[in-house]
Write a protein that binds this ligand. Structure first.
Ligand code: PLP
Ligand code: CA
Length: 304
């Protein structure tokens, strides 16, 4: 009771685990790279897994770019064999949700970066165009008549006007309320942090009195997107590797996957142990099955 998981593994144990699994899901920031810097050895791990015939996909809550930009980022950082089909971002999955699940008819009001709108447009979903009028206020601006969803993601150009307009659209109970992800903040170098999509969603939840539907991790929807594109994925054959307990490990648990925490990102092993030792059983879904210092610890397993 209460003490399963958090197993620090090395050497032959890693080799056995890699042999046992045939589908690897990697979170990006904190696992594959930190910002613009690749985790040392990660490119070799990814190419070795692919060369062994394993399926490898990337699941990121970063909604600021369309998938093509991830392909170029992977390439720029030395991951030369990553393809578009392997990338599942919260922006891409939000576009799939709007197009295939709710089949939205009408426009989507987006709080987010340009890349999020571009991803939606590629899926044929029209976004409300925002006029760049410095005199516009919530008292005098026009509201689009056919907004059928508000989608909230990380927005580095957030304005009070955008929040106010989104709150107005959400007054209509028929207008859907979606969030790309619910991440609270992200680490920057030098001890600074970036407020995440979750902080903006929280503001709109208060203003509207509604709860957003979350698309990204830890919601299962991202795994449904993966299963529908890689037919016959067996959760028992998957390993979810991530750096954040509240998103990645919970996502893995929610989808029935084995989970691995790598210590190159946000969460520390002590936090995982606290969740493991907690009497609150809901906390146990945040506990990784396995822990490694870095995914570079996989490398010896690829040697003869
Ligand atoms: N969203 C934003 C805006 C980010 O900057 C980051 C990390 O840098 C993330 C989400 C988290 O990405 P991931 O899920 O790959 O850790
Ligand atoms: Ca991460």
């Amino acid at each position: 009771f209460g003490f399963k998981g958090c197993q620090k593994i090395r050497g032959p144990q890693i080799r056995n685990l890699l042999e046992a699994k045939d589908f690897f899901l990697f979170d990006c920031d904190g696992v594959i790279w930190n910002g613009e810097k690749a985790i040392s050895g990660a490119a070799k791990v990814v190419s070795s897994l692919i060369r062994q015939g394993k399926n490898v996909v990337f699941v990121t809550n970063n909604c600021t770019r369309p998938r093509e930009n991830y392909v170029s980022k992977f390439y720029r950082l030395g991951f030369t064999d990553v393809m578009l089909e392997q990338i599942f971002s919260s922006s891409y999955c939000s576009a799939l949700y709007l197009r295939d699940v709710v089949k939205v008819r009408g426009q989507v009001f987006v709080i987010g970066c340009d890349g999020l709108c571009r991803e939606l447009q590629e899926a044929g979903i029209p976004c409300v165009e925002e006029a760049d009028d410095p005199d516009a206020t919530i008292y005098n601006c026009a509201l689009a008549p056919d907004v059928k969803a508000v989608l909230v993601g990380h927005d580095d150009k957030l304005t009070f006007l955008k929040l106010a307009k989104a709150s107005c659209y959400l007054k209509d109970p028929e207008c859907l309320f979606l969030a790309t992800d619910n991440d609270p903040w992200h680490p920057l170098s030098g001890g600074r942090i970036l407020p995440g999509s979750g902080s903006l969603t929280a503001a709109l939840e208060v203003a509207s009195g509604r709860k957003a539907t979350v698309i990204g991790k830890p919601s299962r929807f991202m795994f449904e997107c993966i299963s529908s594109q890689f037919r016959g994925v067996d959760p028992a054959q998957c390993l979810m590797v991530g750096d954040r307990l509240e998103t990645d490990m919970l996502f893995g648990s929610n989808c029935g996957l084995d989970t691995m925490l790598t210590l190159t990102g946000v969460s520390q092993i002590e936090e995982a142990q606290e969740y493991r030792n907690s009497e609150l059983t809901t906390n146990h879904s945040l506990v990784p099955d396995y822990v490694v210092d870095t995914i570079a610890d996989f490398l010896p397993a690829f040697e003869e």
